[in-house]
Write a protein that binds this ligand. Sequence first.
Ligand code: IMP
Ligand code: MG
Length: 183
Amino acid sequence: MPTLSDEKRSSQPFEILLDQTTLAKRVTELGKQITKDYAGRKPLLVGVLKGCVVFMSDLMRHIELPLEAEFIFAASYRNGIKREDDVILGGGIDVPIKGRDVLLVEGVVDSARTVSIILHKLRKQEPASLEIVTLLDKPASHRTKVEVKYRGFSIGNEFVIGYGLDNTQMYRNLPFVGRMIDR
Ligand code: IMP
Ligand code: MG
């Protein structure tokens, strides 16, 4: 007989894509790689809210370097899975980034419009270097050319939630990455 929790789980509109162990292992690896690549430097992490929130808090604890963390707010006006094109940027970075080694931290790169717009904006302030680290990348969905230096996982053109990512602001607190399923 199915238990209540089985029943509850199977009625959810998503299924697990990347579990907690898989995520933790990969985030640790990314932190190690960044630690190595930025040895002797003091990177400035710029998180793209809100999707970066869980990933960045885990990732930065695996970067064994002095670092600074800033945040920028980006919202794409999307009604759940349906996509529209406007990207709204907000907030700002409190420190000058001229001459800094900047690492943009994203939860997911989809069309790559959001990161492109932010990169363009930051580049004008002449950082010494500017790279992207994203937990998830959907390379087949890119609509603008962008170089993603560090990616946790490449995924297909599917809508994912959890570990900071939302569907209409819900599910950010799930400790795993799930894939939304149509029922
Ligand atoms: P892009 O501008 O199309 O690359 O989209 C980036 C933004 O769209 C991300 O910062 C997310 O907020 C949102 N997004 C894109 N794909 C997904 C997804 O699969 N799940 C949740 N949010 C997504
Ligand atoms: Mg969103």
